[in-house]
Ligand binder design. Structure first.
Ligand SMILES: [Zn+2]
Ligand SMILES: [Zn+2]
Length: 316
Protein backbone atom coordinates (compact mmCIF):
# COMPACT_ATOMS: atom_id res chain seq x y z
CA UNK A 1 0.00 0.00 0.00
CA UNK A 2 1.48 3.35 -1.05
CA UNK A 3 1.60 6.06 1.66
CA UNK A 4 0.20 9.30 0.19
CA UNK A 5 0.46 12.77 1.72
CA UNK A 6 -1.27 15.88 0.37
CA UNK A 7 0.85 19.05 0.67
CA UNK A 8 -1.09 22.28 0.09
CA UNK A 9 1.26 24.84 -1.47
CA UNK A 10 0.41 28.56 -1.90
CA UNK A 11 0.33 30.09 -5.40
CA UNK A 12 -0.20 33.72 -6.51
CA UNK A 13 -2.95 32.63 -8.96
CA UNK A 14 -6.69 33.24 -8.42
CA UNK A 15 -7.24 29.45 -8.30
CA UNK A 16 -5.60 29.45 -4.84
CA UNK A 17 -3.18 26.81 -3.52
CA UNK A 18 -1.98 23.84 -5.55
CA UNK A 19 -1.73 20.31 -4.16
CA UNK A 20 1.56 18.45 -4.26
CA UNK A 21 1.43 14.75 -3.40
CA UNK A 22 4.26 13.02 -1.63
CA UNK A 23 4.50 9.24 -2.08
CA UNK A 24 6.63 8.39 0.91
CA UNK A 25 7.94 5.05 -0.24
CA UNK A 26 11.14 3.97 -1.97
CA UNK A 27 11.93 5.74 -4.33
CA UNK A 28 10.40 8.84 -2.68
CA UNK A 29 8.27 10.57 -5.34
CA UNK A 30 6.47 13.89 -5.53
CA UNK A 31 3.65 14.72 -7.93
CA UNK A 32 3.48 18.44 -8.97
CA UNK A 33 5.82 20.11 -6.43
CA UNK A 34 4.24 23.58 -6.83
CA UNK A 35 5.27 27.04 -8.07
CA UNK A 36 8.74 28.57 -8.04
CA UNK A 37 8.26 31.20 -5.32
CA UNK A 38 10.27 31.62 -2.08
CA UNK A 39 7.05 31.14 -0.09
CA UNK A 40 6.15 27.87 -1.85
CA UNK A 41 9.72 26.55 -1.44
CA UNK A 42 9.61 27.33 2.29
CA UNK A 43 6.18 25.69 2.69
CA UNK A 44 7.36 22.57 0.89
CA UNK A 45 10.51 22.22 3.02
CA UNK A 46 8.55 22.73 6.24
CA UNK A 47 5.85 20.27 5.31
CA UNK A 48 8.37 17.66 4.23
CA UNK A 49 10.28 18.17 7.51
CA UNK A 50 7.05 17.59 9.48
CA UNK A 51 6.80 14.25 7.63
CA UNK A 52 10.42 13.41 8.48
CA UNK A 53 11.46 13.86 4.87
CA UNK A 54 13.89 16.24 3.12
CA UNK A 55 13.94 17.65 -0.40
CA UNK A 56 17.18 15.69 -0.90
CA UNK A 57 15.27 12.42 -0.31
CA UNK A 58 13.04 12.94 -3.37
CA UNK A 59 14.16 10.73 -6.25
CA UNK A 60 11.30 11.22 -8.74
CA UNK A 61 9.23 14.26 -9.67
CA UNK A 62 6.10 13.57 -11.73
CA UNK A 63 4.65 16.58 -13.57
CA UNK A 64 0.97 16.35 -14.54
CA UNK A 65 1.30 19.36 -16.87
CA UNK A 66 3.55 22.33 -17.55
CA UNK A 67 1.53 25.11 -15.87
CA UNK A 68 3.89 27.06 -13.59
CA UNK A 69 1.77 26.68 -10.44
CA UNK A 70 2.17 22.89 -10.71
CA UNK A 71 5.75 22.42 -11.86
CA UNK A 72 7.86 25.53 -11.09
CA UNK A 73 9.72 24.03 -8.12
CA UNK A 74 10.88 20.96 -10.08
CA UNK A 75 14.23 22.56 -11.04
CA UNK A 76 15.14 23.36 -7.43
CA UNK A 77 14.20 19.89 -6.21
CA UNK A 78 15.81 18.03 -9.12
CA UNK A 79 19.01 20.05 -8.56
CA UNK A 80 19.11 19.48 -4.78
CA UNK A 81 18.08 15.82 -4.87
CA UNK A 82 19.47 14.61 -8.23
CA UNK A 83 15.92 13.48 -9.03
CA UNK A 84 14.39 12.41 -12.37
CA UNK A 85 11.57 14.52 -13.84
CA UNK A 86 8.80 12.41 -15.42
CA UNK A 87 6.78 14.44 -17.92
CA UNK A 88 4.86 14.02 -21.19
CA UNK A 89 6.87 15.18 -24.22
CA UNK A 90 4.15 17.69 -25.24
CA UNK A 91 4.49 19.38 -21.85
CA UNK A 92 8.28 19.17 -21.90
CA UNK A 93 8.19 20.97 -25.29
CA UNK A 94 6.44 23.92 -23.66
CA UNK A 95 9.22 24.18 -21.10
CA UNK A 96 11.90 24.19 -23.82
CA UNK A 97 10.27 26.17 -26.64
CA UNK A 98 8.81 29.15 -24.82
CA UNK A 99 9.70 31.97 -27.27
CA UNK A 100 8.13 30.19 -30.28
CA UNK A 101 5.18 29.02 -28.27
CA UNK A 102 3.72 32.52 -28.08
CA UNK A 103 4.04 33.02 -31.86
CA UNK A 104 2.17 29.76 -32.46
CA UNK A 105 -0.64 30.78 -30.17
CA UNK A 106 -1.16 34.35 -31.44
CA UNK A 107 -2.86 33.49 -34.80
CA UNK A 108 -5.56 31.55 -32.92
CA UNK A 109 -6.39 34.69 -30.92
CA UNK A 110 -6.37 36.87 -34.06
CA UNK A 111 -8.84 34.59 -35.88
CA UNK A 112 -11.36 35.05 -33.03
CA UNK A 113 -11.82 38.64 -34.28
CA UNK A 114 -10.30 40.26 -31.21
CA UNK A 115 -9.88 44.06 -31.80
CA UNK A 116 -6.34 45.52 -31.78
CA UNK A 117 -6.64 47.26 -28.38
CA UNK A 118 -7.86 44.07 -26.68
CA UNK A 119 -5.16 42.05 -28.43
CA UNK A 120 -2.55 44.43 -26.97
CA UNK A 121 -4.08 43.89 -23.52
CA UNK A 122 -3.71 40.12 -23.94
CA UNK A 123 -0.16 40.49 -25.32
CA UNK A 124 0.90 42.66 -22.36
CA UNK A 125 0.05 40.00 -19.82
CA UNK A 126 2.87 39.37 -17.42
CA UNK A 127 2.75 36.04 -15.65
CA UNK A 128 3.00 36.29 -11.87
CA UNK A 129 5.28 33.25 -11.94
CA UNK A 130 8.56 32.71 -13.81
CA UNK A 131 8.37 30.43 -16.86
CA UNK A 132 9.60 27.01 -15.68
CA UNK A 133 12.44 25.38 -17.56
CA UNK A 134 13.60 21.79 -17.88
CA UNK A 135 17.04 22.79 -19.19
CA UNK A 136 19.75 20.79 -17.48
CA UNK A 137 17.25 18.47 -15.78
CA UNK A 138 17.20 14.71 -16.26
CA UNK A 139 13.77 14.16 -17.79
CA UNK A 140 12.06 10.85 -18.57
CA UNK A 141 9.38 11.24 -21.19
CA UNK A 142 6.08 9.54 -20.45
CA UNK A 143 3.27 9.07 -22.95
CA UNK A 144 0.72 7.18 -20.83
CA UNK A 145 0.51 3.42 -20.32
CA UNK A 146 3.74 3.17 -18.30
CA UNK A 147 3.90 2.05 -14.67
CA UNK A 148 6.27 3.49 -12.11
CA UNK A 149 7.13 1.07 -9.35
CA UNK A 150 7.78 1.52 -5.65
CA UNK A 151 8.92 -0.77 -2.91
CA UNK A 152 5.29 -1.25 -1.86
CA UNK A 153 3.21 -0.66 -4.98
CA UNK A 154 2.98 1.03 -8.34
CA UNK A 155 1.35 3.95 -10.10
CA UNK A 156 0.02 3.72 -13.64
CA UNK A 157 0.65 6.78 -15.82
CA UNK A 158 -2.38 7.81 -17.88
CA UNK A 159 -2.63 10.45 -20.61
CA UNK A 160 -5.69 12.69 -20.20
CA UNK A 161 -5.42 15.69 -22.61
CA UNK A 162 -7.93 18.53 -22.89
CA UNK A 163 -6.86 21.06 -20.28
CA UNK A 164 -3.30 20.69 -21.56
CA UNK A 165 -2.14 18.45 -24.47
CA UNK A 166 0.28 16.25 -22.53
CA UNK A 167 -1.63 16.19 -19.25
CA UNK A 168 -0.86 13.08 -17.20
CA UNK A 169 -2.90 11.53 -14.39
CA UNK A 170 -1.77 8.68 -12.13
CA UNK A 171 -3.70 5.66 -10.90
CA UNK A 172 -2.88 3.43 -7.96
CA UNK A 173 -4.43 0.06 -8.93
CA UNK A 174 -4.06 -1.29 -5.40
CA UNK A 175 -5.90 1.45 -3.46
CA UNK A 176 -7.76 2.69 -6.59
CA UNK A 177 -6.56 6.25 -5.98
CA UNK A 178 -6.63 8.65 -8.93
CA UNK A 179 -4.28 11.65 -9.04
CA UNK A 180 -6.15 13.96 -11.39
CA UNK A 181 -3.94 17.08 -11.73
CA UNK A 182 -6.18 19.71 -13.34
CA UNK A 183 -8.13 17.14 -15.38
CA UNK A 184 -10.83 16.65 -12.73
CA UNK A 185 -11.30 19.25 -9.98
CA UNK A 186 -13.96 19.26 -7.25
CA UNK A 187 -15.06 22.89 -7.59
CA UNK A 188 -14.25 24.12 -11.12
CA UNK A 189 -14.43 22.82 -14.67
CA UNK A 190 -10.96 23.05 -16.20
CA UNK A 191 -10.56 25.37 -19.17
CA UNK A 192 -10.03 23.57 -22.52
CA UNK A 193 -7.17 25.90 -23.48
CA UNK A 194 -6.40 26.83 -27.09
CA UNK A 195 -3.26 24.92 -28.02
CA UNK A 196 -1.39 24.42 -31.29
CA UNK A 197 -1.44 20.92 -32.78
CA UNK A 198 2.24 19.95 -33.12
CA UNK A 199 1.40 17.35 -35.78
CA UNK A 200 -0.66 19.77 -37.90
CA UNK A 201 1.14 23.13 -38.05
CA UNK A 202 -1.21 26.11 -37.95
CA UNK A 203 -4.09 24.03 -36.55
CA UNK A 204 -5.55 23.95 -33.05
CA UNK A 205 -5.92 20.80 -30.97
CA UNK A 206 -9.53 19.62 -30.52
CA UNK A 207 -9.11 20.22 -26.77
CA UNK A 208 -12.76 19.92 -25.73
CA UNK A 209 -13.30 16.72 -27.76
CA UNK A 210 -10.18 15.28 -26.10
CA UNK A 211 -11.43 16.39 -22.69
CA UNK A 212 -14.93 14.94 -23.03
CA UNK A 213 -13.65 11.58 -24.28
CA UNK A 214 -11.25 11.57 -21.32
CA UNK A 215 -14.24 11.95 -18.97
CA UNK A 216 -15.83 8.87 -20.63
CA UNK A 217 -12.60 6.93 -20.15
CA UNK A 218 -12.23 8.01 -16.53
CA UNK A 219 -15.80 6.95 -15.79
CA UNK A 220 -14.85 3.35 -16.65
CA UNK A 221 -12.05 3.33 -14.10
CA UNK A 222 -12.73 1.99 -10.62
CA UNK A 223 -11.74 4.87 -8.30
CA UNK A 224 -12.14 5.08 -4.52
CA UNK A 225 -10.63 8.55 -4.05
CA UNK A 226 -9.56 11.41 -6.32
CA UNK A 227 -6.51 13.49 -5.35
CA UNK A 228 -6.91 16.69 -7.41
CA UNK A 229 -4.39 19.44 -8.29
CA UNK A 230 -6.52 22.02 -6.44
CA UNK A 231 -9.10 21.62 -3.66
CA UNK A 232 -9.86 18.75 -1.32
CA UNK A 233 -9.90 15.03 -2.11
CA UNK A 234 -13.27 13.51 -3.07
CA UNK A 235 -14.77 10.10 -3.74
CA UNK A 236 -17.97 10.86 -5.71
CA UNK A 237 -16.06 11.33 -8.94
CA UNK A 238 -19.01 10.24 -11.07
CA UNK A 239 -21.03 13.23 -9.94
CA UNK A 240 -18.06 15.57 -10.58
CA UNK A 241 -17.78 14.09 -14.09
CA UNK A 242 -21.51 14.71 -14.63
CA UNK A 243 -21.26 18.31 -13.37
CA UNK A 244 -18.49 18.81 -15.97
CA UNK A 245 -20.60 17.31 -18.75
CA UNK A 246 -23.61 19.45 -17.79
CA UNK A 247 -21.43 22.57 -17.78
CA UNK A 248 -20.28 21.89 -21.35
CA UNK A 249 -23.81 21.03 -22.47
CA UNK A 250 -25.13 24.35 -21.13
CA UNK A 251 -22.25 26.21 -22.83
CA UNK A 252 -23.27 24.66 -26.19
CA UNK A 253 -26.83 25.87 -25.61
CA UNK A 254 -25.74 29.38 -24.54
CA UNK A 255 -23.56 29.77 -27.65
CA UNK A 256 -26.31 28.59 -30.01
CA UNK A 257 -28.70 31.02 -28.29
CA UNK A 258 -26.27 33.90 -28.92
CA UNK A 259 -26.12 32.89 -32.60
CA UNK A 260 -29.93 33.21 -32.92
CA UNK A 261 -29.30 36.94 -33.48
CA UNK A 262 -27.12 36.20 -36.53
CA UNK A 263 -23.52 35.58 -37.48
CA UNK A 264 -20.87 36.29 -34.79
CA UNK A 265 -17.15 35.73 -34.29
CA UNK A 266 -15.69 34.07 -31.18
CA UNK A 267 -14.66 37.38 -29.64
CA UNK A 268 -18.20 38.79 -29.97
CA UNK A 269 -19.65 35.65 -28.39
CA UNK A 270 -17.17 35.74 -25.52
CA UNK A 271 -17.92 39.45 -24.88
CA UNK A 272 -21.64 38.64 -24.79
CA UNK A 273 -21.08 35.75 -22.36
CA UNK A 274 -18.34 37.36 -20.23
CA UNK A 275 -18.54 41.17 -20.58
CA UNK A 276 -16.08 42.06 -17.79
CA UNK A 277 -12.98 39.99 -18.52
CA UNK A 278 -9.55 41.67 -18.31
CA UNK A 279 -6.00 40.62 -19.25
CA UNK A 280 -5.31 36.87 -19.14
CA UNK A 281 -8.98 36.14 -18.41
CA UNK A 282 -9.79 37.42 -21.92
CA UNK A 283 -7.66 34.56 -23.29
CA UNK A 284 -9.37 32.07 -20.97
CA UNK A 285 -12.83 33.32 -22.06
CA UNK A 286 -11.83 33.01 -25.73
CA UNK A 287 -10.46 29.51 -25.15
CA UNK A 288 -13.70 28.42 -23.53
CA UNK A 289 -15.81 29.79 -26.41
CA UNK A 290 -13.53 28.56 -29.22
CA UNK A 291 -13.39 25.04 -27.76
CA UNK A 292 -17.20 24.82 -27.79
CA UNK A 293 -17.47 26.39 -31.26
CA UNK A 294 -14.98 23.87 -32.66
CA UNK A 295 -17.03 20.96 -31.36
CA UNK A 296 -20.35 22.42 -32.56
CA UNK A 297 -18.82 22.83 -36.05
CA UNK A 298 -17.49 19.26 -35.91
CA UNK A 299 -20.97 17.97 -35.00
CA UNK A 300 -22.51 19.94 -37.89
CA UNK A 301 -24.66 22.04 -35.54
CA UNK A 302 -23.20 25.40 -36.61
CA UNK A 303 -21.37 26.76 -39.66
CA UNK A 304 -17.98 28.47 -39.70
CA UNK A 305 -16.98 30.83 -42.52
CA UNK A 306 -13.61 32.61 -42.53
CA UNK A 307 -13.64 36.24 -43.70
CA UNK A 308 -10.42 38.25 -43.90
CA UNK A 309 -8.65 36.07 -41.36
CA UNK A 310 -11.53 35.98 -38.84
CA UNK A 311 -13.87 33.01 -38.30
CA UNK A 312 -17.59 33.81 -38.27
CA UNK A 313 -20.18 31.36 -36.93
CA UNK A 314 -23.88 30.90 -37.61
CA UNK A 315 -26.57 28.37 -36.65
CA UNK A 316 -27.32 25.68 -39.24
ZN1 LIG B 1 -3.45 23.78 -15.32
ZN1 LIG C 1 -3.90 24.01 -11.90
Amino acid sequence: MLPVYQLVIPTPYPVGPVNAYLIKNDPVTIIDPGPDTPQAGKFLREMLASLDCRIEDIKRIVITHAHPDHCGLMAQIAGAADADVLIHHLEEDKLILKPDYYKEWLPFVVETGVPADVLREVEDIKDKLPHPSVRGLRTRQMSGGESITFDRGELKIMHFPGHSPGHLCLYDPDQKFFFSGDFLLPHITPNPLMEPDREKPGRRLPSLRQYLSGLDELEKLNVTMVFPGHGGTFNDYNSVINVGRRHHQSQFTRIKDKLQAGELNAFQISRAMYPDLKGWDIFLGLSEVVAHLDLLVEKGQINCSPKQGVNYYSNV
